[in-house]
Design a protein around this ligand. Structure first.
Ligand code: ASP
Ligand code: MG
Length: 419
């Protein structure tokens, strides 16, 4: 017997037929002798529709009220799913995020989980029931309803799994797992069988949309084994867990791309101490999430600064930069909204030199110009023109042989003799 958390995303519960299919899957897991907790998203595009409703009455809705509205999406699904399980002759009980004790800070629309008091989940399981929990939502210690940011049901599932020490957190979605590249872009992209938290974090942060970044952070911090798999078939998906010696070490695990950011360049900023500090403090103040930053070599006492931010922060960022340019006496500034970031992720990079060079060569051969570069110990990212994103991803996937399941085997030191 295992204790299993199963999370079903919007597409998996998009219609009442799908909800019945999900109910059957949960009941099958239960009948097999497991204790089950299901965490669900809002049906289909409900969250997007609720956002449209809000914007129709107020272009800048108060965030507290936005959470009040958005939290209703998941509440519909939990009730319907519990009903569907009852119809199959099994006991299920649904709970909202507040009811199960997902305690968050007050950062409405992107709240962070502070504590999980899953007592009512444990009690209901002890009574032999199947427990259904609304994803994406929580409440502040004062009882205000909050939401966890888009895709937040993944994080709810992992948080509940950590809170009840589940054996595994299964994330059911509309794809078969985590792929070496977006399968819509690369026809021969391959499903990854096992990936470390470290690599999954880099992939989620650079455009792999299959898991919310925070859910992977939470999983890593609490050692929750995650299994990303399809709700449309029974194939094994991708296991996300701590790297260990038994894991195959691919040099490169995947290529990701992200077209959701824009680039801002400020030209001829005085090259003096404190300038970057002022620019980026002002952006932080305006709640703009800066990603890559490049500052050029100074010429004649002035320099250019470029950085990327999510397009959704652009209105606030433009306002801030405009003020900063005047304040610092910079010459001018510009925005480029048609950029893409392509990234190569792989733990083998740490011990395998030349990956960045090979990436730049592949991009050059594909006629792709590199605008900005940033690296971590297991990732290289390049900002390029948005129109060339797909071409670049295909070139990199090909160059690094990702379709062929290339595995990098650490060669044992040749100490001679022995076994
Ligand atoms: N329903 C929310 C969203 O669409 C949360 C989720 O699905 O994970 O972002
Ligand atoms: Mg999702």
């Amino acid at each position: 017997m295992a204790l299993i958390v199963q999370k079903f995303g919007g597409t998996s519960v998009g219609t009442t037929e799908r909800i019945r299919a999900v109910a059957e899957r949960i009941v099958a897991t239960h009948i097999a002798g497991n204790e089950c907790v299901a965490v669900v998203s809002a049906m289909g595009d409900v969250t997007d529709e609720l956002l449209l409703l809000a914007r129709a009455v107020n272009p800048a809705p108060p965030e507290r009220e936005m959470d009040m509205l958005l939290a209703t999406g998941e509440q519909v699904t939990i009730a319907l799913l519990a009903m569907a399980i009852h119809a199959l002759g099994h006991e299920a009980i649904s709970f909202t995020g507040a009811q199960v004790g997902i305690v968050t800070d007050a950062g409405h629309t992107k709240a962070r989980i502070q504590e999980v008091r899953a007592d009512c989940v444990k009690d209901a399981l002890a009574e032999g029931r199947i427990v259904i929990v609304a994803g994406f939502q929580g409440s502040t210690p004062e009882g205000q309803i909050t939401t966890l940011g888009r895709g937040g049901s993944d994080t709810t599932a992992v948080a509940i799994a950590a809170g009840i020490s589940a054996d595994v957190c299964e994330i059911y979605t509309d794809v078969d797992g985590v792929f070496t590249a977006d399968p819509r872009v690369v026809a021969d992209a391959r499903k990854i069988d096992v990936i470390s938290y470290e690599e999954m974090l880099e992939m989620a942060a650079t455009g792999a949309r299959v898991l919310q970044l925070r859910s992977v952070e939470f999983g890593r911090n609490h050692g929750v084994v995650m299994h990303v798999r399809s709700s449309f078939n029974d194939l094994p998906g991708t296991i996300v867990k701590e790297a260990d010696a038994s894991m195959e070490q691919a040099i490169i695990s995947g290529v990701t791309h992200d077209t959701s950011e824009a680039k801002i360049t400020i030209r001829d900023v005085p090259d003096q101490p404190g300038v970057a500090s002022q620019v980026f403090s002002a952006l932080a103040e305006a709640n703009c999430n800066v990603d890559m930053i490049v500052q050029n070599v100074s010429e004649e006492g002035s320099t250019d600064i470029s950085f990327t931010i999510p397009k959704e922060d652009l209105v606030r960022a433009k306002r801030t930069v405009e003020t900063m340019v005047a304040h610092l006496g910079a010459r001018t500034w510009s925005v480029d909204e048609s950029i893409a970031k392509v990234s190569l992720v792989g733990a083998g990079m740490k011990t395998h030199p030349g990956v960045a060079a090979q990436m730049f060569t592949a991009l050059a051969e594909a006629g792709v110009n590199i605008d900005m570069i940033s690296t971590s110990s297991i990732r290289v990212s390049c900002v390029i023109s948005g129109e060339q994103a797909e071409q670049a991803v295909r070139a990199l996937h090909e160059t690094f042989g990702l379709a062929e399941h290339e595995v990098y085997v650490e060669t044992a030191p040749t100490t001679g003799g022995g076994n």
